[in-house]
Ligand binder design. Sequence first.
Ligand SMILES: Nc1ncnc2c1ncn2[C@@H]1O[C@H](COP(=O)(O)OP(=O)(O)OP(=O)(O)O)[C@@H](O)[C@H]1O
Ligand SMILES: [Mg+2]
Length: 235
Amino acid sequence: MSLLTVDQIVSGYGDMEVLHGVDLRVDPGEILTIIGPNGAGKSTLMKTIFGILTPTAGAIAFQDQDITGLSPDRVVRLGLAYVPQVENVFPSMTVRENLEMGAFVLRGDLRERISRVTELFPVLSKRWKTHVGNMSGGERQMVAMGRALMLDPQLLMLDEPSAALAPNLAATVFERIEAINESGLSILIVEQNAKDSLRLSDRGCVLAAGLKCFEDTGPNILANEDIGRLYLGGE
Ligand SMILES: Nc1ncnc2c1ncn2[C@@H]1O[C@H](COP(=O)(O)OP(=O)(O)OP(=O)(O)O)[C@@H](O)[C@H]1O
Ligand SMILES: [Mg+2]
């Protein structure tokens, strides 16, 4: 049984249709990377899955529950977390406050969740009282992922987690993504650093012009010459 099933989704902004019937499946425990050119609709797909945009046709199921058209606060409670491509932290708040905001829909003791997040991101516990606006891009990305993990999700969606990061920081982010996956979460990634992301992915797919046009295992996509030339910057 798949964890997330996207079935023939049509979505966009007002009169502008961006996704023209997209299918997608994420299995339990896997990392799936979506690659594709700028403007293909990758972020639109994530926003639609998370309920920020409402699809005009098609269906989305999470853990066998129909979540089509549910609002983000409902989706998040079901165990689906999302780190947007931009504006994914509260810059005027401290690291601790950002993590607490991540769990605002939960009641009760946050300490256990905070300690799980700091186990995955030890760097954050040293910067506890730092305002996130004063942190580097790499550290902010850790805060953003940590915030999403505060809800103890089953599926984590990351939109361009390594965008605008120096190569060594991008490598750290990918290494942390693998550690998160090893702790049992499924992960759906949209990435410009497609090769790095596909290397740690079980499967990948290509989204172009609002349609899914290719899908295979991570290694097979990396080995595919046509995909390499078109979407992975050649070699
Ligand atoms: N808020 C918005 N309002 C109107 N159109 C939008 C909005 N956001 C994106 N679009 C348009 O929708 C299309 C798909 O955008 P989307 O952000 O999903 O692409 P993407 O694949 O994530 O691209 P990128 O790789 O640049 O992040 C583009 O034509 C874009 O201009
Ligand atoms: Mg995008």
